[in-house]
Design a protein around this ligand. Structure first.
Ligand code: NAD
Length: 493
């Protein structure tokens, strides 16, 4: 098989790394190398950031009205729609997620882009009723400059448009750094942006590893804003780097999300919600509902139903229409999952289903749905993000206990609540420390709804109108409207 050789997109040109460095990308379905990408060094990152900075100040971009910026984003939405199947197939090849899932995500990219396209000319300031009759005072929201967007491998396109949409709608320019495990679709997005006529340098893509590429990008002196989605270790380094350029940072990190099942829940729905929460995307989701907390009166019945459903899950090639779980994205990751499972058994957690990698004739890295029954919360698998199809199930006695267990985590990204009691749904939604709460559903997303976490799940919000504030700062303008001479300079106005 001939390797596909990609180039990066910098300042409107397709380029290799200056030193010619490259790295390989694997197809998780087969474990084979399928493509090679430039490994951007510090000098390449510098070139991309300078191109983005130049574009930010260039009238070709700066001179566009907000409506015109919105129109460009809407055109990008349109070409994404025309290329839905192609983008989905490429993402599946690169990160191994089921084609039906990448197709679903690719199909809603235009919704996100159109949402931010529509918001581009609705970013407005205020007139302030200042208590000085000789002053007219107003505010504007202004773009920050160069945005560095660091993207993980699990949903590259979705996690890019949710940053690129508000960043460009508000007039910034952007340098995207995809994950070293899934770079292809962001380069394809850059190619589509070229087609719709974004001026050179407005969108740039540099490919490479966390270090040196992401590191150089997030500490570059011309970067004013960093939008990072990934793990806690990288996030900490990004925060340290921001002490050099004092950029504004948002962090979308992982989770150990609780799915709380009350005795009055519709069990069928709750089982489906738990399966969607942890086994979809083979558990490689930031919002994976990996802690399932079940009221004791239905605990055994629920566990039995969950095991029965897990047994029916079909593992297979991500491109097969009937596959329900595909591969794990990297060999390192499947080894890490095995480590968690092994230690859980040593610690005494009860393995109810799964637990050992599945060997298939086509190679690749496949792990089955895995269910542990837990009798306390101190197991490593109950506390740490695994990023694989491993769920821990624990009984609880009362509503207060359920809330305590849910909140006994360093993370706070998402939570599911399953109950028919409306009052309880509201009470528990209020009490759980979590950026997203789903009641009698799981994994619902929309451009209008913000995502983001509390505590170790990060800070800042993506999506929704508030995303516009994340990519702008307020400018306050004071205008003296009196004709009087400016008085004594040593008196504050
Ligand atoms: P990762 O942290 O290994 O990598 C994410 C990105 O950060 C990659 O592009 C990587 O190259 C880059 N990176 C790593 N170290 C860096 C550094 N020092 N400086 C700059 N960039 C650096 O994460 P991953 O394995 O690709 O993704 C999985 C993690 O992402 C999980 O923890 C998951 O929960 C999280 N995630 C969060 C969300 C969310 O919206 N909250 C969404 C998806 C994934």
């Amino acid at each position: 098989m001939t390797l596909k050789q990609y180039q990066m997109y910098v300042g409107g040109e397709w380029v290799d790394a200056v030193d010619g460095g490259r790295f390989d990308s694997f197809n998780p379905a087969t474990g084979e190398v399928w493509a090679s990408f430039p490994a951007a060094a510090v000098v390449d990152v510098d070139r991309a950031v300078k191109a983005a900075h130049q574009a930010f100040t260039n009238p070709q971009w700066r001179g566009l009205s907000p409506t015109q910026r919105g129109q460009l984003l809407a055109r990008l939405a349109e070409v994404c729609r025309e290329n839905t199947d192609h983008l989905a197939e490429l993402e599946t090849l690169d990160n191994g997620k089921l084609l039906r899932e990448t197709r679903g995500q690719a199909a809603f990219l235009p919704d996100f882009l159109n949402y931010f396209a529509g918001l581009a000319d609705k970013v407005q300031g205020d007139v302030l009723p200042v208590n000085k009759s000789n002053m007219f005072c107003y505010t504007k929201r202004q773009a920050l400059g160069v945005v560095a967007a660091i993207i993980p491998w699990n949903s590259p396109l979705y996690l890019t448009v949710i940053k690129l949409g508000p960043a460009l709608a508000t007039g910034n320019t952007i340098v995207l750094k995809p994950s070293e495990h899934a770079s292809a679709t962001l380069l394809e997005l850059a190619r589509l942006s070229e087609q719709v006529g974004f001026p050179p340098g407005v969108i740039n893509v540099v490919t490479g590893f966390g270090k040196p590429t992401g590191d150089a990008l997030t500490k570059h002196p011309l970067v004013r804003r960093v939008a990072f989605t990934g793990g806690v270790a990288g996030a900490k380094q990004v925060v340290v780097n921001s002490s050099e350029n004092l950029s504004k940072v948002s962090l979308e990190l992982g989770g150990k999300s609780p799915n709380i099942i009350f005795a009055d829940a519709d069990l069928e729905s709750a089982v489906n919600g738990v399966v969607a929460g942890i086994f979809a995307a083979s558990g490689q989701s930031c919002v994976a509902g990996s802690r399932v907390i079940v009221q004791e009166s239905i605990y055994e019945a629920f566990l039995a139903k969950l095991i029965a459903r897990a047994k029916t899950i079909k593992i297979g090639l991500p491109t097969d229409a009937d596959s329900e779980m595909g591969p794990i994205a990297t060999e390192t990751q499947i080894n890490a999952i095995e480590g968690f499972v092994h230690r859980a058994q040593q610690q005494g957690a009860k393995l109810c289903f799964g637990g050992a990698r599945v060997r298939v004739e086509f190679g690749g890295w496949y792990f089955p749905p895995t269910i542990f029954a837990c009798d306390h919360q101190d197991y490593e698998i109950f506390q740490e993000e695994i990023f694989g199809p491993v769920v821990s199930v624990l009984p609880f006695a009362s509503e207060a206990d359920a809330i305590d267990v849910a909140n006994n985590s360093k993370y706070g990204l998402a939570a599911g609540i399953w109950t028919k009691n409306l009052a309880r749904a509201h009470r528990v939604a209020d009490a759980v420390v979590s950026g997203i709460v789903w009641v009698n559903t799981y994994r619902a997303v929309s451009p209008m709804a913000s995502i983001g976490g509390f505590n170790a799940s990060g800070y800042g919000r993506e999506g929704g109108i508030e995303a516009l504030n994340e990519y702008t700062e307020t400018k306050t303008v004071w205008i003296n409207i009196s004709d009087e001479t400016m008085p004594d300079p040593f008196i504050m106005r």
